[in-house]
Design a protein around this ligand. Sequence first.
Ligand code: G3P
Ligand code: CA
Length: 280
Amino acid sequence: MKRMFLIFVMVLVMMVMYTVSTSAASNSMGKRHHVENIAHRGASGHAPENTMAAFHKAFWMKADYIEVDVQMSKDGELVIIHDTTLDRTTDGSGLVSEHTLEEMKQLDAGSWFSNEYAGEKIPTLEEVLDEFRGKIGILIELKSPELYPGIEEKVAEALKDRNMDKPRNNKIIIQSFNHDSVIKTKSLLPRVPLGVLAGMSWQDVTDEELEEFATYADYFNPNQNILNPELVERIHDKKLKIWPYTVREQEQADRLLKLGVDGIITDFPEYVYHHPRPRR
Ligand code: G3P
Ligand code: CA
């Protein structure tokens, strides 16, 4: 009897440890599944967004993916930066589209965050692909692609050049708020999983619209605030995965885990895992 009780306690302890040390959620069948941990613009709560420092931090923290915002320079190079202007995250100013890569490489993309990161550069997509392929997944957001005609082709070329357009060996996903751009990407990269980003204006998304998304996308990635149990179920009914953005508080991560999402896009990967799990 005493032995049975001991075994029961051990099993209980192991179950609790599993719960707090991994990101898992229950689906509608009550079955647990891994929830992908996506470091938004890298681990941008800890290091300057969209820099190699933030991406390395995310890798070290064992995130499953880094999210990167891709735009195009004046001379047609793919650069990783969120805003369409340089002002907020660098010591430069003006539009990204009006600067060459060489000009942007002179800028400091780290000091605005902290002196510790002075000298961080704006990376190119190619640099990120070369540095992180095979190490961590990469969620590529085509940021304001309507400003950059031909950006879909350039991204497709960068992936194909590296044989990264086959999902089997590479964790690559492309997403955008511009759904026409996602459709175009589908024709250029038919084997790469795609996501539609959905801001607050999609809170009343209909089943018909979700069905339409499911014809070309694999992910419906909404602003976390539009999600509720009913919408989660309707999205899953259309066989779309759900990776909401952007978690900046532990409570937000906890709510989404309970809702049964498939991934969480966060500035703080530790909120999804509860405890950072350093790579060795
Ligand atoms: O990955 C989703 C999220 O990045 C979308 O919003 O403005 O941070 O690019 P934003
Ligand atoms: Ca983004």
